[in-house]
Design a protein around this ligand. Structure first.
Ligand SMILES: Cc1ncc(COP(=O)(O)O)c(C=O)c1O
Length: 437
């Protein structure tokens, strides 16, 4: 067992980080992030590729800087995300804003400044188009339009953003009206945008390339870029199959070329992955704080000090994440990537929140599903893999008044860099007021 790894990490670094910063903590691997960024930028393409990092996946400043350093821009989903990207030093012209709300008041003035600096605003509804039209026409600001193509695919129903269930984008059936309005108001839509879901079927992503090229041909005669969004399916568990990003690129390249032959239009391809860049770059290091048993008909529980408040994905989607059980002195006792794990008895990993759903071993209906793993002692570690995306950024971290966990980056030179310190109790209560007498 001594040679097992914790994903891409050696167990010694896990123990070092835990001792230095305490648990629970998120530990990210710079090497993996860089490799993923380079894979994205190496996607085959016909006439150029723009890549944007969907910073909603993990908005930590150091991560945004790291990704940007590799040559990837930013896909922001709110004005505050844009502000955070700007604080990280990202130029406005490298940011696309795809949001459900058009900022108002002082925020609106800030948006206009950002647009004047080159931010690409992605109009996601007829109302949004109407609200930005006058400013965009007057200043010739850059505009994109998000399309809901009516067909999507996601890891779960709630992660599908491309079908009639989803409110994202201007629906296919409204495109004639939207583009005619844009024309009447003198707007140039330079980019057509779509994002059909996260973690969905790669075959649907591929067929969406054709759907979107047809839409671009029919409705967007002056668009120069087709942004196909993110959503590349990632494999967190050993038996899962990830999308082959290079193969998707090859497919798109061929179709973009055929499109150019037919129409004379050499479209740039854009993609904006979040999960693909970050999911398998992150680990949640938790300590075993208790062991319980729910009787002969029940389960063996390992209670760890970082559950749904650090990784809500199992409760939200029934997502499965790999487990590595690591002893306090740094030997890997079991790994989901070691076939020998199957001989271990099934255990349930429970968090410390007062919520039956605070388990890392749930199915999509919320039932606990024991998973085979070694039997650790209190004080050993359970490391949860695949948590680099939509965990630190999306979790219910102050539930039960637990403090948001720190984030630590394992640098390529082997050093550890703290990129977010542990939240304090004062920060949790900072905006509260006592009851008036
Ligand atoms: C507009 C947009 N682009 C990109 C992404 C990134 O998706 P993923 O993390 O699945 O790559 C999302 C995720 O919700 C999104 O809404």
């Amino acid at each position: 067992m001594g040679t097992l790894m914790v994903g891409s990490l050696g167990p010694a670094v896990v123990v070092q980080a835990a001792r230095q910063y305490g648990t629970p903590l998120y530990l990210y691997d710079e090497r993996t992030i860089v490799e993923r960024c380079r894979n994205v930028l190496a996607m085959p393409n016909a006439f150029g590729l723009h890549a944007g990092y969907a910073m909603k996946a993990n908005a930590n400043r150091a991560i945004v800087q790291l990704v940007a350093r590799e040559g990837i821009g930013i896909d922001a989903s709110s004005l505050n995300e844009v502000r955070r990207a700007r604080m990280a030093g990202i130029a406005s012209r490298r940011i696309v804003l795809t949001t459900q709300e058009v900022p108002e008041g002082a925020d609106r003035s800030e948006l206009e400044t950002l647009m004047s600096e080159g931010l690409l605003y992605n109009a996601c509804s007829l109302r949004q188009l109407h609200l930005v039209a006058e400013f965009a026409a007057r200043t010739r600001a850059r505009l994109s339009m998000r399309v809901n193509p009516g067909v999507g695919s996601g890891e779960t129903v709630t992660r599908n953003t491309g079908d009639n269930y989803s409110s994202f984008g201007i629906h296919m059936t409204q495109l004639a009206e939207a583009t005619s309005q844009a024309r009447k108001r003198g707007l140039t839509i330079e980019q057509v945008h779509v994002h059909i879901g996260s973690g969905g079927d790669p075959a649907v992503w591929q067929s969406n390339v054709d759907r979107m090229l047809a839409i671009t041909e029919q409705y967007f005669p002056s668009a120069r870029t087709l942004n196909l969004g993110g959503g590349f399916k990632e494999a967190r568990m050993p038996e899962e199959i990830a999308a082959d990003v290079q193969a998707l690129g090859h497919y798109a390249e061929r179709r973009f070329r055929q499109f150019a032959e037919r129409t004379g239009r050499r479209l740039v391809m854009a993609v904006e992955p979040g999960t693909y860049v970050m999911a398998n770059s992150g680990y949640l290091v938790t300590s075993v704080i208790d062991k319980k048993w729910s009787g002969p008909e029940g389960f063996e529980f390992l209670v760890v000090n970082g559950g749904m408040e650090c990784n809500t994905r199992p409760a939200l989607y029934g997502s499965r994440h790999p487990f590595y059980v690591v002893s306090a002195n740094g030997s890997v006792l079991s790994s989901d990537f070691d076939p020998a794990v199957k001989q271990q008895p099934g255990r349930v990993v429970a968090g410390r929140c007062c919520e039956s759903g605070d388990s890392q071993t749930l199915d999509a209906e919320g039932h606990v599903v024991p998973r085979p793993m070694a039997d650790p002692s209190v004080g050993d570690y359970v490391v949860i893999g695949g948590v680099g995306a939509y965990c630190a950024s999306m979790s219910v971290f102050n539930y039960n008044s637990h403090r948001q966990a720190p984030e630590v980056l394992l640098r390529e030179d082997g050093s550890l860099q703290l990129i977010r310190r542990r939240q304090t109790l004062e920060q949790i209560t900072a905006n509260e007021f006592a009851l008036d007498e």
